[in-house]
Write a protein that binds this ligand. Structure first.
Ligand SMILES: [Zn+2]
Length: 155
């Protein structure tokens, strides 16, 4: 192995030196002329890592507010003989919010729907985990494939 710059025989390991944009194998002396290159970092496999991480991630249920949420809320409230103001106070919302929800002018978000569920003892949310399953499905398959390849190579 000879130095690519001065042509001197390199006794120890040649040094990877970046000189004017190109990497050259040089002796210690010539490495001073450029930037010494460190060993390149091992290429990461973000796809594989992601797949593994996702496998351990619990499937989070996705909630959907029932279509007739407004009727459920109104009926449950009337059954308890609460005014909209009273119900609003219990869930820390304005009576106008309750009134908009009961007239289906506003769809409560999941957090608010859960408050209604708890206070009125009703069910307003429907669990749907379709989205999550679709999302994790292909990644899991991919992860397994990479793992299988690695196993085959090792043996
Ligand atoms: Zn040299």
């Amino acid at each position: 192995m000879r130095c690519e710059i001065c042509g001197k025989k390199i006794v120890e390991k040649p040094i990877k030196t970046k000189i004017e944009g190109s990497i050259m194998l040089t002796c210690k002396d010539c490495s001073k002329f450029g930037k010494v290159q460190r060993e390149p970092p091992k290429p990461k496999r973000p796809g594989a890592a992601k797949g593994i991480r996702r496998q351990y991630k619990p499937i989070e249920p996705v909630y959907e507010v029932l279509e007739n949420y407004n009727e459920i809320i109104r009926m449950a409230r009337e059954k308890k003989r609460w005014s909209r103001e009273e119900l609003g106070e219990k869930i820390y919302e304005k009576a106008s919010v309750v009134s908009r929800i009961e007239s289906a002018k506003m769809v409560p978000d999941i957090k608010l729907a859960k408050k209604f569920e708890r206070i009125l003892k009703v069910e307003l949310l429907e669990k749907t985990s379709d989205v999550t399953q679709e999302d994790t499905g292909p990644s899991n398959v991919k992860g397994t494939t990479i793992g299988d390849i690695a196993r085959i190579k090792r043996h």
